[in-house]
Write a protein that binds this ligand. Sequence first.
Ligand code: SF4
Ligand code: SF4
Ligand code: SF4
Length: 271
Amino acid sequence: MARPLWFGELLKKTFPNIQLIAKLTKVPIIGRLVDKLLFEGDNIIYLTQDKLIPINQSIEKQDDLVLPSQVLEYFINKAKYHFIMNTCICRESLDCQDYPQDLGCLFMGEGILDINPRLGKKVSKEEALDHSKKCREAGLVHLIGRNKLDKQWLGVEDGNKLLTVCNCDPCCCLWRITPVLTPRISSKVTKMTGVKVKVTDKCIGCGTCTKDICFVDAIHLVGKRASINENCKGCGRCVSVCPQNAIELTIEDEQYIKKAIRRIDKLVDVI
Ligand code: SF4
Ligand code: SF4
Ligand code: SF4
């Protein structure tokens, strides 16, 4: 049954404390319970920013390259039902000043018919494509997959019929909790297959890439050089900001788009 609007308002109030709540999942019994209630069956992929793909050196046939946003476009074209939220509740809750509060989540699949219509609107394929383009132009990064948390708070009956697309920012997005969650939950949010990000010898240690750029806090200065840890989700945002072009993003798997599509196709039925 569709959740009443007050439910969403209540959820927004928990946002300022979300990091603390996420940390509690490291207590084993709490982690298991939260996983069961809100993340069971999840599988979510960060789509690397399109603009970074041409720098890849490791795939020989550049003409054959397809862009990460094509994963999203595939599902928008496949789905019969699309729903765009009126606002991004993460950015709205924290009164985000850096990224648009009105570019909210996109949901697809029959599950959207259960969402309270006052939270957003049913849109056409064209409107969904336009929305996702606006999100990329605003510097937001897509996350796409199955997310039980959305099924629960939106009151969707069948999670197999709800595909979530978050348009993530580095300051307010819910998914910033990933590094502090218990690994049993955080491991469900992954980068695209074959995406590798590394700091090269061109790094001069200016620190630009470490300041409010990475939403999973995966890049830090170690001595006089930036270093990327295992939390990296391959979004590529740090690559874009480095004034020395010292961060290299490569894609070592030519099938990276097909694999992302296959992964999600198995989990969510968007017909
Ligand atoms: S999940 Fe992403 S798009 Fe959705 S409300 Fe949060 S930041 Fe906004
Ligand atoms: S922005 Fe570039 S040069 Fe500066 S610390 Fe990061 S990787 Fe190094
Ligand atoms: S380290 Fe760079 S590529 Fe990896 S998640 Fe952070 S900003 Fe994105």
